[in-house]
Design a protein around this ligand. Structure first.
Ligand code: ADP
Ligand code: MG
Length: 339
């Protein structure tokens, strides 16, 4: 006790550090899924298959056809702060990959049963690595299969915060939708409790929007495609008179990364202010492109927040771009009601 003994300072063991870090990275199954999808995308995959069981709590399996991981690197993939994506602080300024912290797999492995099978394009066969680091030969076409089972089996306190399988599944689907919208060139197949539920073949951006958010959403929107030397805004923004019963969510991306950003959200709200009443939020799917040096994506481990170097310029640009699109739509478009 503190009364009669000096406190002792100890360095925490690695595994415990990962478990603590997992609290930030791995909030629920959908956050595991997000990290695994980002890895598959960073690996250059063109096909990604996602198997979910019990809302991702029992199983999340991602099968990709990306570059794979060499046998000699498999152990490092599960090591904390080991990454193939950046080597210097300068790289961080221009980070083009979704990941870069090198902590996701280690964090996930510390709070679940994780296994990884991978085969590079030049390897004779695949290798499997188990959570304890043991390597065994395996069979797999080029690519990687990451399997996460029994999330939080060893941290019951965290397990209590998980919701029902349908709720967790809905969050997982939302995480997949975000990646699918940002990557129409990748085909996605989803299976839920052993049954295929979605298949989105590779398509152009508009086709993918239709696959993921529905034809009704697309019909209720105006195309946005405006830009200057520094900033570009592309995508779809809802016509104020269109009323959709579902999915009026705002999907916003910065350099291909899904973000929830106050500056962007405020600019959207302001642009619609005179035309949209009450608490209604305009549905949209917008992709902002900006010089990576002008935006900091290193704000939070979950990385849905960004920090702009000049947030006023970003705000004004989005506001004026949407105002322009909305002005055009009120001149020519008849009121549309959809459900
Ligand atoms: P980060 O993505 O930040 O580098 P992760 O812990 O998510 O960190 O992954 C560690 C490393 O494992 C990556 O840098 C990458 O080299 C490798 N890796 C992970 N998943 C895959 C995958 N699906 N295909 C190829 N390599 C992968
Ligand atoms: Mg990663």
């Amino acid at each position: 006790s503190f009364n009669n003994q000096q406190p002792v300072i100890r360095a925490l063991p690695d595994h415990l550090i990962s478990q603590i870090a997992a609290g930030e990275v791995v909030e629920r199954p959908s956050s595991v899924l997000k990290e695994l999808l980002e890895n598959a995308i960073d690996a250059g995959s063109t096909r990604i298959r996602i198997d979910l069981e019990e809302g991702g709590m029992r199983l999340i399996r991602i099968t990709d056809n990306g570059c794979g991981i060499d046998q000699s690197q498999l152990g490092l993939a599960l090591t904390r702060h080991a990454t193939s994506k950046i080597t210097t602080l300068d790289d961080l300024e221009r980070v083009a990959t979704m990941g870069f912290r090198g902590e996701a797999l280690a964090a996930i492995a510390s709070v679940s049963r994780l296994s990884l099978v991978s085969c590079t394009r030049t390897a004779e066969h695949a290798w499997r690595i188990s959570a304890d680091g043991e390597l065994t030969p395996d069979a797999l076409p080029a690519g990687t299969v990451v399997e996460m089972r029994d999330l939080y089996f060893n941290t019951p306190a965290r397990r209590k915060f998980l919701k029902s399988p349908p709720t967790e599944h809905a969050h997982c689907l939302e995480a997949i939708r975000r990646q699918a919208l940002a990557h129409p060139e990748i085909s996605f197949t989803i299976s839920r409790d052993g049954k295929e539920s979605h298949h989105w073949p590779a398509d152009d951006a508009e086709g993918r929007l239709r696959q993921v958010l529905s034809d009704a959403f697309l019909k209720a929107c105006r195309t946005v495609d405006l830009g200057n030397d520094l900033l570009q805004l592309r995508g779809w923004a809802m016509i104020p008179t269109a009323i959709l019963s579902d999915r009026e969510a705002q999907h916003t991306f910065v350099n291909g990364r899904y973000v929830r950003d106050k500056v962007i959200q405020h600019a959207i709200r302001e642009a619609y202010r005179d035309q949209l009443h009450g608490s209604r939020q305009p549905g949209c799917c917008l992709f902002l492109t900006i010089d990576p040096a002008l935006v900091d994506v290193n704000v939070h481990p979950a990385k849905t927040e960004v920090r702009f170097r000049d947030s006023r310029a970003v705000h004004q640009f989005i506001y004026h771009a949407l105002k322009q699109v909305l002005a055009a739509s009120t001149e020519s478009a008849p009121p549309i009601t959809l459900d």
